[in-house]
Design a protein around this ligand. Structure first.
Ligand code: CAA
Length: 379
């Protein structure tokens, strides 16, 4: 067992750290306040290769491994979780699924602009009445011969407006249950497709989360991913990988908050000495650092299994379950270490605390991760 990162891994981590410090930190508080999508910054992330990190270079990607992706996600999430969720969805849920299960034509037409960061993708599974219970899709994709007629509404879609390529999960044959579900590639601008209201959220406020409406949208048959009825399996497989991305986001939120708390504790004086010299604060820092290290190891283990082409469904669910809890716990403690300053926007930790909560909800709630883990245990 080797815990050392390679030179290449360290270079990716440093590049992501530098980008986050120089390009994402300025304006992050304002973007959160104004609910402003970091469009310019995401464009630069594409130019630097962060939007299609694991995609084969022949399709415009970076050809990197999942470990590199975890390292970059952590660094970017330390500073701006709104930018990192856009990155995670594009990399894990859209590019990975297209590369693994798409046809050569789909890869040429859709994967290339997504992997190079020229376009942004969205993954559309959740509905007003189908969140955790993903088989209960109400959106329908009626088979009309050479096209599908798409009707329905999707909710809480990350990159809802900034995307131009959407992977939409819909029911074709209700009687077949999950085997009657398809995944269709839908382009912005297709007739009958409307981007709906933007959600006003607690955290990740720079990320654009929208509802989407489809009314008699004609989607060509060649835009279906995989065989007829493969849509649910497609969604579950991509989510296994997506959970590594969100676990790494949670890890980054936690480690960003911890680094701020550590630095602040050395500066702030109380009772005649820096608060870092008080055991009450030292114990908090020790707990935070230990939990973060454990979360990091779970993220890297899941990434390692995926890179080794081994089964990683349980490992990615464990990483997400644990890292998202750590994100919540550590950010609350980071606010506490900052005292009154932690409660105001200028010090960043209150935003990280708000951002942390979503990591326990999207790409499967913590309860869903426990279902995935326990099913694997009981197999
Ligand atoms: N990996 C691969 N395949 C899987 C799988 C997994 N993790 N989980 C289930 N499957 C397969 C099963 O093997 C089964 O296939 P067979 O019939 O061939 O055996 C099929 O899928 C159906 O499985 P189940 O009967 O177990 O399905 P279920 O209805 O009981 O649901 C569930 C299982 C785990 C609860 C699933 O519905 C789930 O993961 N729900 C959560 C959905 C979710 O994560 N939503 C998040 C939305 S996306 C998002 O948040 C993106 C964003 O904006 C950031």
């Amino acid at each position: 067992m080797n815990f050392e990162l390679t030179e290449e891994h360290l270079a990716v981590r440093d590049a992501a750290r530098e980008f986050a410090q120089n390009e994402l930190l300025p304006g992050v508080i304002e973007r959160d306040e104004k609910q402003q999508f970091p469009a310019e910054q995401v464009k630069k992330m594409g130019e630097l290769g962060f939007m299609g990190m694991m995609v084969d270079p022949k399709y415009g990607g970076g050809g990197m491994d999942t470990i590199s992706y975890v390292l970059a996600m952590e660094e970017i999430s330390k500073i701006d979780a709104s930018a990192s969720v856009c990155m995670s969805v594009n990399n894990s849920l859209v590019c990975w699924g297209l590369e693994k299960f798409g046809t050569e034509e789909q890869k040429q037409k859709y994967l290339k602009p997504l992997a190079s960061g020229e376009k942004i993708g969205a993954f559309c599974l959740s509905e007003p009445e189908a969140g955790s219970d993903a088989t209960s899709q109400r959106t329908t994709a009626e088979d009309k011969g050479d096209y599908y007629l798409l009707n329905g509404t999707k909710n809480w879609i990350t990159n809802g407006n900034s995307a131009s390529i959407y992977l939409v999960i819909a029911q074709t044959d209700r009687e077949k249950g999950h085997k009657g579900i398809n995944c269709l590639i839908v382009e912005k601008g297709m007739e009958g497709f409307v981007v709906g209201k933007k959600e006003d959220k607690l955290g990740i406020r720079g990320s654009d989360t929208h509802s989407l409406m489809f009314t008699d949208v004609k989607v060509p048959k060649e835009n279906r991913i995989g065989e007829d009825g493969f849509g649910f399996k497609f969604a579950m497989s991509t989510l296994n990988g997506g959970r590594i991305g969100i676990a790494s986001q949670a890890l980054g939120i936690a480690s960003g908050a911890y680094e701020l708390a550590l630095a602040y504790s050395k500066e702030r004086k109380a009772f005649g000495k820096p608060i870092s010299q008080h055991q009450a604060i030292q114990f908090k820092l020790a707990d935070m650092a230990t939990e973060i290290e454990a979360a990091r190891l779970l993220c890297l283990k899941a990434a390692h299994l995926k890179d080794q082409k081994k089964d990683f469904a349980k490992a990615s669910a464990m990483a997400k379950l644990y890292a998202s809890k750590v994100a919540m716990d550590v950010t609350v403690e980071a606010v506490q270490v900052h005292g009154g300053y932690g409660y105001v926007k200028e010090y960043h930790v209150e935003r990280l605390m708000r951002d942390a909560k979503i990591t326990q909800i999207y790409e499967g709630t913590s309860e869903i991760q426990k279902i995935v883990i326990s099913r694997e245990l009981l197999k």
